[in-house]
Design a protein around this ligand. Structure first.
Ligand SMILES: *[C@@H]1O[C@H](CO)[C@@H](O)[C@H](O)[C@H]1NC(C)=O
Ligand SMILES: *[C@@H]1O[C@H](CO)[C@@H](O)[C@H](O)[C@H]1NC(C)=O
Ligand code: SF4
Length: 594
């Protein structure tokens, strides 16, 4: 449900608290004087577009006294969240954008705390280091399902930015990131998203991230539970307030980010083992449907933790309740001083698994919860392929298209939207492997679909077993934390490997630019993580960008994280990396040199 927008109240709020917009006023003459600032902003808000709440309830008001005390004594990020409530950004962004559009200010005048931190509450991540003044805008795409109108809107949104940086990425959370976004464009994009029943709110920093579900929900005959409805409901718990408007102050000040994955069947396409909450669909002994729960999985620079199982089974219709309970406990009790220790796993360990279970059950109340239910994998189990053409029933098929490193251009977005309108009733599904699935295609149309896909640049109907299974984080092109460029290298190297080696089955290569491991190197059959390397140039060893190589990560029913690299410090530039990887493909993955 889309709430009617109530303009006046938000304008009133701004009038009442004009200083809530925290412009930082440097002394240089081009900038606004403090005196005129608030009145300028007031007139700038005359066309204020999208206030989302009739009354902005504060995120900080939901913290318990204890959590508040710990936040006050907490990390730099905690102090930023306390000094101005993050929910304020839901209206600030429109005022900032309007003021810039009217030439009254520029992004440099916005305080660094707002630019680089608080605007993350509307999904804006300032790429100060690589593209100053430009944002990556992260959306929410529950279960990774987008409509053709949304896809067309992404294309249109980035089309006003330089072609080089105005791109759209599919992420490892089955999500969309728009790149090259300016402050002045951001508010219009948010409005457009909201009109399309989608939002960018709550998608970065200390928020619950995109809720991942099965890309084959509703179209796989081995599915136990259709994850679409649940992902949407859990997403609504996070992004909407009690009235259904976008932005939920209840969960807007968490101690740290939080990941939820819901797997609808045996393939675990959602990767429960690396999420804070991982729901595995399991039919209970009496035949009712629900989920065994794993908790605490995450990846970071300091620690990579595989999730641990709780002795808990949750009926399908209590999933939202359980998420609500865990988020409440996490919000109120999670660590707020040392950010390296504020992910859920640390709270689980502080309690101990049993006491943690008891604590969240107490919070949740009645919900038909039971002990973990036994789960035996079918004898004939084979993980379903996502890429390529696969029959859904006697007349229709799903078609998995390869998107190299998940990078879409304005043109390929628009082309995908057209394809979806023509062949799948406007539906496009995103996968955590950064590809797309066009579902429900009439078998009679497959040939024509293939011809049309072949005409689209950067979208492949068929892809090699190496190239098709590359996953890559953002890397140095945009990410300030990157030690190396990833997407371009991933494409170059996988193309070379495809020419050199023939492999008998898919090899998943995961590229990640730094130990934060957004590209999940530890999950890959082969993982490549940005790292220092040395190379001999003119008889001298010099430092060059390189990678450490992890081998043997597993996903699916028996997940495994390769925690230590097998090979270290291979330079990215040149042929050595290709040779090393080709050898690995032969020694460990049954590859044969062509
Ligand atoms: C918008 O999304 C919500 C779920 O978030 C759904 O319940 C509602 O029906 C959708 N509205 C429209 C108009 O599609
Ligand atoms: C096959 O799936 C399509 C797409 O979901 C559906 O429209 C059609 O009715 C199904 N056909 C049969 C025979 O079940
Ligand atoms: S893994 Fe590192 S380089 Fe890659 S996107 Fe994440 S933070 Fe940036």
């Amino acid at each position: 449900m889309i709430k009617p927008l109530i303009y006046n109240t938000a304008i009133l709020l701004l009038l009442l608290s004009p200083l809530s917009l925290s412009f930082h006023i440097p002394s240089s003459s081009k900038n606004l004087k403090t005196q005129s600032q608030s009145s300028d902003l007031r007139s700038a808000t005359s066309d204020l577009p999208t206030p989302v709440h009739d009354e902005v309830q504060k995120a900080n008001s939901f913290l318990t006294d204890d959590a508040m005390e710990r936040a006050e004594a907490g990390s730099k990020e905690e102090k930023i969240k306390l000094s101005k409530d993050v929910t304020q950004t839901w209206t600030d962004i429109h005022a900032y954008a309007a003021a810039i559009r009217e030439g009254k200010t520029s992004w440099e005048d916005i305080s660094q705390d707002d630019m680089d931190y608080r605007l993350k509450w509307v999904g804006l991540l300032h790429r100060r280091k690589r593209t100053p003044g430009k944002f990556m805008m992260r959306l929410k795409v529950p279960n990774g399902i987008v409509t053709s109108s949304q896809m067309r809107f992404y294309s249109k949104s980035v089309s006003e930015f330089d072609e080089e940086i105005g791109v759209v990425d599919i992420t490892t959370r089955q999500n969309i990131q728009l790149r090259g976004v300016t402050v002045e464009a951001a508010s219009r994009i948010i409005e457009g998203l909201h009109e399309l029943n989608q939002t960018s709110f709550h998608s970065a920093l200390d928020n619950v991230r995109n809720v991942v579900g099965s890309p084959l929900a509703g179209i796989s005959d081995t599915e136990v539970i259709d994850t679409r409805k649940l992902c949407t409901e859990v997403n609504d718990l996070i992004i909407r307030d009690a009235s259904g408007a976008f932005g939920n102050p209840r969960f807007a000040n968490l101690p740290r980010k939080f990941n939820i994955a819901i797997s609808g069947g045996d393939d675990d396409f959602s990767h429960c083992n690396i999420n804070d909450l991982g729901f595995h669909a399991v039919i209970a002994e009496d035949g009712s449907k629900g989920f065994n729960l794993d908790v605490g999985g995450y990846m970071s620079i300091k620690r990579v933790a595989e999730s641990v199982p709780l002795n808990l089974w949750i009926p399908e219709n209590s999933v939202v309740k359980l998420c609500d309970a865990v988020l409440t406990v996490f919000r109120d009790e999670g660590e707020r001083k040392n950010r390296q220790k504020s992910r859920l796993m640390w709270l689980v360990e502080q309690y101990g698994v049993e006491d943690f279970t008891a604590r969240i059950l107490k919070e949740a109340g009645e919900g038909g919860f039971r002990e973990r239910q036994p789960h035996v994998l079918r004898k004939d189990y084979v993980r379903q392929e996502l890429l390529g053409v696969h029959p859904q029933n006697s007349t229709h098929s799903r078609v998995g298209l390869h998107i190299p490193t998940g990078r879409l251009t304005r043109y390929s977005c628009a082309a995908l939207a057209d394809l979806a309108d023509k062949y799948s009733d406007g539906e496009i599904r995103l996968t955590v492997d950064q590809n797309v699935i066009i579902p429900n295609v009439d078998n009679d149309d497959l040939k024509q679909l293939e011809i049309e896909v072949d005409a689209i640049e950067n979208v492949d109907f068929t892809a090699g077993l190496i190239e098709g299974n590359v996953v890559s984080c953002t890397g140095a092109q945009f990410c300030g934390l990157a030690l190396v460029e990833t997407k371009a290298n991933a494409r170059r190297v996988s193309k070379r490997l495809e020419e050199l080696v023939e492999v008998p089955k898919a090899v998943r290569m995961h590229w990640t630019g730094c130990p934060n491991s957004c590209g999940q190197a530890q999950c890959g059959d082969i993982g490549l993580m940005g790292a220092p390397a040395r190379k001999e140039i003119d008889g001298k060893k010099v430092a060059v960008p390189g990678v450490n190589i992890f081998v043997g990560g597993k996903i699916g029913e028996s997940p495994f994280l390769a925690l230590e690299p097998r090979i270290k410090g291979i330079p990215l530039d040149g042929e050595e990396i290709v040779t090393v990887l080709a050898e690995l493909l032969v020694s460990d993955f049954g590859g044969v040199m062509r």
